[in-house]
Design a protein around this ligand. Structure first.
Ligand SMILES: [Zn+2]
Ligand SMILES: [Zn+2]
Length: 265
């Protein structure tokens, strides 16, 4: 089995993204309290998204992020190792601009996600629980949206310099009609093969325990990732300091149950 480092939370946010609460330092203190050895911020980057609110960092926010992050690294040097990373939202129309932005900073981790899908002159937020998002997705067809989501992610892996793929199957997680059919599963498998080939890690995102009693992605995918030798990394996707390292204590048993082939969750 690929070993999973449970002393590292590799995916947290802070108030800099405009939809999380708590300063960066509050997350660092939470990591110290939980006995973590490493905490990696993975702040949201999006570009060219037409959406009614900004749920990502602006260029100025990223400057603050690095200044604050570097100071925290020095201050907490003896207690916890702090990584400064980015969760890059894929926008197929802005690949060159995205790469140009990524080159501006020295990232400890580049997480890839795909939150916003273009529909006509606006973008749909696939990770949102807002009713207007849900209703639009219903009218467009959940199956088709999920297909476009997985196809987009796969394409993104060939275009962006990601080091980790975030919450693979979290799209439309709040949607009542969510269902993965064989087409979707095949696309997910193709993504895993790509991860193995490119040495990109797969995130075990423990926010799933809150939404569906198991992490993202589901057990069969984690098992398959292990068989392919894809590296696994754990992330809480905390948007509140108290969620740092959430449910990490459940992961050893969870992974063990996958190994022995017992269904779980
Ligand atoms: Zn977020
Ligand atoms: Zn995130």
């Amino acid at each position: 089995m690929t070993p999973l480092d449970l002393k590292t939370d590799g995916h947290v946010h802070s108030c800099l993204c405009h939809h999380a609460v708590g300063e960066m330092e509050d997350y660092v203190l939470a990591a110290c309290d939980k006995g973590l050895e490493r905490l990696i911020f993975l702040e949201h980057f999006e570009i060219g998204i037409r959406y009614f609110e900004t749920t990502w960092l602006t260029a100025a926010d990223f400057e603050v992020y690095f200044t604050t992050g570097r100071a925290l690294q020095r201050k907490y040097r003896d207690r916890v190792d702090i990584g400064l990373g980015v969760e890059v939202g894929y926008n197929p129309e802005k690949v060159a601009e995205t790469i140009a932005f990524l080159r501006q900073y020295d990232w400890d981790r580049i997480g890839l996600s795909y939150h916003f899908l273009r529909h006509e002159d606006e973008h749909l937020n696939l990770l949102s629980r807002k009713t207007e998002n849900m209703a639009k997705c219903s009218s467009l067809g959940v199956k088709e949206i999920l297909r476009a989501y997985f196809e987009g992610l796969r394409q993104a892996l060939g275009q962006l310099p990601a080091t980790v793929l975030c919450h693979l199957d979290a799209a439309l997680r709040h949607h009542p009609e969510i269902m993965f059919d064989n087409d979707h599963k095949q696309l997910m498998e193709a993504i895993l093969v790509e991860l193995a080939a490119k040495d990109i890690a797969l995130e075990i995102n423990t926010s799933g325990f809150d939404h569906r009693q198991q992490p993202y992605p589901p057990p069969w995918l984690i098992r398959q990732a292990q068989e392919l030798g894809v590296k696994l990394v754990a992330g809480s996707d905390a948007h509140r300091p108290q969620d740092v390292g959430r449910y990490f204590d459940r992961l050893p048993m969870y992974l063990l149950s996958l190994e022995s082939g017992q269904p779980h969750g």
